[in-house]
Ligand binder design. Structure first.
Ligand code: HEC
Length: 469
């Protein structure tokens, strides 16, 4: 019997594993983008400081750099591995796909990241301790290596949405996989918005500066940077949208919450207004305002952006061949990978999943609910939380339906044939669909499971064959 390589699912009942990953990733986006943006801003500021003989600007580099050491480098270095841990358990085959395709790219990224980490220490602690040329050189090396980490990661992120060329599926190879249609648009968009974030977070530091002339100078530079970056980012966002797969664009139109566009526009307008006000009157910039603005960007800008990116990639988690529920859905000869759909169609999940207790390999009236739960966790919980809270709670999608036969026929219809835009093809065997239906019905009415077991056992006692099939 062919087994398929599904790992045990990490099921987080409160919010779902997807949101755990999402929350960590959102925070990480802020830290990582600010660190790259600030590195480049420092390189510019150091140049101005030395060329125009304004040593006081170095004071700001030192303060912002020290702030970043905690803010970006400590917290960023916690959330970075946090993404690795959470995705490794939440989406083991998604992460495996990326590692198998890009292990050397990641190794390269880490080399630059190490330079970046050393760079931030050097640039902060060597202000005034080494000659100008050396300090400036460190600033440039720091800035460029930060940027390089971003170039590599964005390549990997855009592969997740869409491998660069169709040829990748056949031939594999980094050049085919990496430079997808949306790689450069995404890079441009992130490059712009990272300066908006750098300017907002920099405001927290600038607000605390004692010397008003210096505070005003820095605040105005940050505001100009912020205005240009935010406008450019909005334009690049349009470009990015135009490079999405057709499928993603459809989901974007039909499936994102109604508030999504309004939300994004409001946060853009709010950010611009904030920069314009601090440009005209740097005095209004106080630590609390900049902090509130930072939180607003995370909550109203980055979180929806991460959620949208996750949604429009559906039903895949990576490379348009691994579904979010970890099933491989197409042949990728270039990587020696075979679709698992035919095996599932022939044998179903219960017979082919390695990590399933043997007591669940055959459906009986007594174990139907339990088997159904295992199937829901395996096939659905990556995208639907099975509790009341979290990502797309399953219960809401069945509108309180407790009719096992009806749910079963939905499962064998739309889902088994892959006839939804945003859901994987989930080929369930009839007895699997029945078990899953019992579990799904019990989400709305917990007595279903017990009633089902009782009624079916009574039938089985009369005609044992009736339960099968
Ligand atoms: C790859 C992610 C993913 C997986 C896995 C997944 N779903 Fe969905 N499902 C979605 C999305 C996205 C929607 C649309 C949600 C929306 O627009 O509000 C959806 C909608 C639904 C709906 C509403 C009907 C419809 O067509 O809009 C039902 C019912 C449903 N899912 C059941 C399931 C069941 C049962 C499973 C497991 C056997 C499952 N889903 C697995 C992503 C997924």
């Amino acid at each position: 019997m062919d087994m398929i390589g599904l790992y045990p699912t990490w099921y987080e009942p409160g919010i779902g594993s997807g949101w755990v990953i999402g929350i960590i990733a959102t925070i990480h986006v802020l830290f990582s983008h600010v660190s790259v943006g600030a590195a480049l801003f420092f390189a510019w500021l150091a140049t101005v400081a030395y060329q125009q003989n304004k040593p006081e600007l170095l004071e700001f580099i030192k303060k912002y750099g020290l702030f970043l050491l905690i803010f970006s480098y400590v917290l960023g270095s916690i959330t970075g591995p946090g993404i690795w841990y959470s995705t490794t358990v939440g989406s083991p085959r998604g992460i495996s796909a990326l590692i198998h395709s890009f292990v050397w790219k990641w190794a390269t990224e880490w080399v630059f990241f190490v330079i970046e980490v050393i760079g931030i220490y050097l640039i902060v602690y060597l202000v005034g301790r080494v000659d100008q040329r050396t300090h400036l050189r460190i600033a440039y090396i720091f800035g460029l290596s930060s940027l390089t980490t971003m170039l590599i990661i964005v390549g990997i992120l855009s592969f997740m949405m869409w491998p660069g060329k169709e040829a990748w599926f056949v031939d594999g190879g980094y050049l085919n996989g990496f430079y997808g249609p949306n790689t450069f648009a995404q890079l441009a968009m992130r490059f712009a918005f990272m300066f908006s974030m750098t300017a907002v977070v920099g405001g927290i530091v600038a607000a605390g500066m004692k010397d008003y002339a210096l505070k005003a100078y820095i605040t105005r530079r940050l505001a100009i940077l912020g205005i240009v970056a935010t406008l450019a980012g909005a334009a690049m966002f349009q470009w990015y949208l135009s490079t999405l797969p057709e499928h993603a664009a459809l989901i974007m139109e039909n499936r994102l919450p109604a508030w999504f566009n309004t939300g994004i526009l409001s946060i853009l307008a709010g950010t611009l207004a904030y920069f314009v006000v601090t440009l005209i009157q740097p005095r209004v910039l106080v630590t609390s305002l900049a902090s509130v603005m930072t939180v607003a960007i995370v909550v109203f800008g980055l979180w929806p952006e991460e959620v949208a990116r996750e949604s429009i990639r559906k039903p895949y988690v990576a490379g348009q061949y691994i579904y979010s529920n970890q099933v491989i859905s197409r042949d990728v000869p270039g990587m020696g990978i075979k679709s698992e759909i035919p095996v599932l169609e022939e044998h179903g999940f219960l017979k082919t999943m390695a990590f399933l207790p043997d007591s669940q390999r055959t459906v009986t009236p007594q174990n139907a609910h339990e088997v159904g739960r295992s199937l829901a966790i395996t096939a659905c919980s990556n995208c639907h939380s099975l509790s009341e809270t979290g990502i797309r709670p399953m219960k809401n999608y069945f509108g309180g339906n407790t009719d096992v036969a009806m749910i079963r026929s939905y499962l064998l219809g739309a889902l088994a044939t892959g006839n939804t835009l945003y859901m994987p093809k989930i080929p369930l065997k009839p007895d699997e669909a029945e078990a899953l239906a019992v579990y799904l019905a019990s989400l709305s009415d917990p007595t279903v499971a017990e009633r089902y077991a009782r009624e079916k056992s009574a039938v089985a006692a009369v005609a044992p064959a009736a339960v099968k099939e």
